[in-house]
Design a protein around this ligand. Structure first.
Ligand code: 6GU
Length: 245
């Protein structure tokens, strides 16, 4: 998978050289290129922002540097590549595990990281008219720019690209995968730590009992923390209580 990122803070993306994704980059599974938007600003001061037309607080990113940067990336892409341009934005569709799975099948993603109050609307319109564009939010809170959101998305998408995670089974048995329930709690050795014992069933060697316990834990945890994720067959009365209570 080819990933291009445009940002005025390319240094943010050094974090992606660490661990798993760094290895995938070394092995050529993920080809990540980060572009400094300022290099596409051709005035003396390499200006990337200006005051909002019509008035208002803050600054808006000018369209010209974005045009130069994105034209450069898109014209270098193979004719049959059909890249998807993603603008991280709190006004976008919410990023989920299912969106990550969908995006992991793309061959070329381009992330345009806005700062300030946003990017001039004509940039979205221009690239939506020429190809595929999506605005994507990582949740209902406000960040100062798209960089941290892009890092989160690249990590979630990148680990789903075949060959990036060594043991593909570890991708299935986790929160938000398979059946949408949260993960069960995990333990390792020692069997007792600071007077806290590992649940007995996990030491029993009874794999059926362990599997049942883990399923119960996943349902209880989901009911407690994220009841809206519970599938219909697990809604209704909680364990150990009557519905009328
Ligand atoms: Cl994608 N960008 C910004 N600036 N803030 C956000 C976001 C994105 N997702 C949630 N908050």
């Amino acid at each position: 998978m080819k990933i291009d990122v445009v940002s005025i803070f390319p240094g943010y993306f050094d974090a992606l050289e660490l661990s798993l994704l760094g290895k995938a980059r070394e092995r050529g599974i993920i080809d990540l290129q980060v572009h400094d938007l300022r290099e596409s600003a051709h005035d003396k001061h390499r200006t990337v922002d200006d005051t909002p037309t019509g008035g208002g607080a803050g600054m808006v990113m000018k369209p010209e540097p974005w045009g130069v940067a994105l034209d450069g990336i898109l014209s270098a892409a193979p004719a049959d590549a059909d890249p998807l341009v993603i603008f991280p934005s709190p006004a976008g569709d919410v990023f989920t595990q299912s969106m990550a799975r969908e995006l992991a099948t793309e061959s070329h993603l381009v992330f345009g990281c806005g700062r300030y109050e946003g990017i001039d609307q004509r940039v979205f319109d221009e690239y939506a008219a020429r190809g595929r564009v999506r605005l994507v939010s990582i949740g209902d809170y406000v960040l100062n720019g798209g960089e941290v959101a892009t890092i989160a998305m690249i990590e979630a998408i990148g680990r789903l690209v075949p060959g990036v995670v060594g043991n593909p089974e570890s991708l299935v048995e986790e929160s938000h995968e398979e059946d949408g329930l949260l993960e069960y709690p995990s333990f390792t050795k020692p069997a007792t730590w600071r007077d806290r014992a590992v649940p007995q069933v996990l030491l029993s060697g009874n794999h059926a009992a362990i599997s049942t316990w883990r399923d119960e834990q996943r349902i209880e945890r989901t009911r407690r923390v994220r009841p809206e994720l519970l599938p219909p067959e697990h809604r209704g009365e909680s364990r150990g209580r009557h519905a009328a209570e």
